[in-house]
Design a protein around this ligand. Structure first.
Ligand SMILES: [Zn+2]
Length: 463
């Protein structure tokens, strides 16, 4: 089926097209024009049409911890990522595959409402409590795939290899649910999932290595050597999130984590390094010129007290980056990019830290943040929706010009208004693969998904 939409304002790589005519056929954009096609009707769409954002790092189940780890006790008066992890492990013990799916669909519906059309799910909860195998080795992976299919979001599923509880230490306790026997068992899962889902237009299967703490060098190299094909296959890894992790890797492997990856792997555009918060100057330069994407999760990194990534230095050196919602406490593109920009402004004591003069596309912080995060995010997901141009998948987010934060703005400043001026209710319609998933801010499964999520929370609280 072919449909032509007449968008009032259409985001294009070089600026805005107002109006912009987009023809969509079988989920793909087949034409973008400045005037209406000679034949056939066009459907008018008011507002600002953007390429949907790619969320390059999510652990859907961690949403359950939102608002549940924000206190101290007599026994624990200081708190950081490692104490938060204890709470996360407590949750992991209790989750069933059905819980996992219910939470994921809830998160995915809200990611769509927040302006994301693709999510990369970094998925490490593979097995039953204690590490017993489910009859279907892809049980929890398929729960996430089904949550994505039902919610309508595009998914790059990243089943994650997790073999050790720290360098030279076996997995213990809840970590047994994460651990495969060896790289072969893990690669068999990847091939099984790729065979079953790889041909679906909105689904992709990639690789993930939990961290250099959880995967030993020989295991990492075995997986990337055998698993990094076909060419669009991606690999993600957590790296340098805390100083403690940097010290552990330096002691165990003889190099800081990013240094180790630069020296021992073919770090290139297929790789996404999640967090990469703590870098020395040589790591920062090497990473920026490697082609790899840095996966920044500004709100999660802030709530965990991880530290601040040297974004300006990375951008100036030509580095790629994108954003992830990680623990999914606030699943919106605007909140995430605002935290990112404002964190850098606080760090550097100056404003408009990524903007560069020259054109309206580069000189405005909102537009600059959006375009750079989109480029890195689409590279990290390995998808086909990096822009609203011919040949790309029709993944479109429409902002409502009449929403409170956008009133009085035009194309030049609309993204500044949305991302930095407080336009939380701006996302009105969302299309994925040529199909409207959200119209007038309503997802058709929203009420059902919220009820299932609430039931899951009630059961987990009683646990
Ligand atoms: Zn993570």
């Amino acid at each position: 089926m072919t449909t032509t939409y007449a968008f009032e304002h259409l985001h294009q790589p070089e600026g805005w097209l107002s109006p912009g005519y987009v023809t969509v056929e079988n989920g793909l954009i087949t034409a973008v024009e400045a005037s209406a096609p000679l034949k056939g009707a066009t459907l008018p769409v008011a507002g600002y049409a953007l390429p949907g954002m790619h969320n390059l790092h999510s652990h859907a189940f961690q949403r359950v911890l939102a608002g549940r780890t924000e206190s101290v006790t007599e026994m624990r008066t200081t708190d950081d990522l490692w104490t938060w992890r204890e709470a996360m492990y407590g949750l992991v013990e209790a989750l069933s595959p059905a819980d996992y799916q219910a939470i994921a669909e809830f998160v995915y519906v809200h990611l769509l409402k927040g302006g994301y059309t693709t999510v990369c799910e970094f998925h490490y909860l593979h097995h039953a409590p204690g590490g017993a195998r489910y009859a279907n080795p892809a049980e929890t992976s398929e729960r996430l795939l089904q949550a994505a299919i039902d919610s309508g979001i595009a998914l790059t599923l990243l089943p994650t290899l997790y073999l050790h509880g720290g360098i030279g230490r076996p997995v213990a306790g809840p970590q047994r649910r994460f651990a495969h026997e060896d790289p072969s068992e893990y690669l068999a899962l990847i091939e099984r999932l790729h065979g079953a889902y790889g041909a679906t237009p909105t689904l992709r299967i990639g690789l993930a290595l939990h961290s250099l703490r959880a995967v030993a060098p020989a295991e990492l190299l075995a997986v990337t050597t055998a698993g990094l094909q076909p060419p669009e296959r991606r690999v993600h890894i957590h790296v340098s999130e805390t100083k403690q992790e940097v010290a552990e890797v330096e002691a165990g492997l003889g190099a800081r984590p990013v240094r180790w990856l630069l020296d021992h792997t073919d770090l290139d555009q297929r790789w996404t390094l999640v967090h990469a918060t703590h870098l020395d100057a040589a790591e920062q330069r090497g990473l920026a010129t490697s082609g790899a994407v840095v996966g920044l999760c500004p709100l999660t990194e802030a709530t965990l007290g991880d530290g601040v990534f040297p974004l300006v230095e990375h951008q100036t050196a030509g580095g790629a980056w994108g954003i992830g919602s990680d623990s999914n406490y606030a699943p919106g593109v605007a909140e995430e990019l605002r935290m990112l920009e404002c964190g850098q402004r606080l760090r550097l004591a100056r404003r408009n830290i990524l903007a560069v003069p020259g054109s309206a596309v580069t000189a405005h912080s909102g537009r600059r943040l959006y375009d750079l995060a989109l480029a890195g995010g689409s590279q990290a997901s390995g998808g086909l929706s990096a822009s609203l141009t011919k040949g790309q998948r029709a993944d479109i987010v429409v902002l409502d010009a009449l929403s409170p934060g956008l009133l009085g703005h035009g194309p030049t400043t609309v993204l500044d208004a949305w991302l930095l001026g407080g336009g939380e209710q701006a996302v009105r319609d969302v299309m994925v693969n040529g199909r409207w998933i959200i119209r007038d801010r309503l997802h058709p499964r929203e009420a059902l998904v919220a009820r299932r999520y609430a039931e899951t929370l009630a059961r987990l609280s009683a646990h």
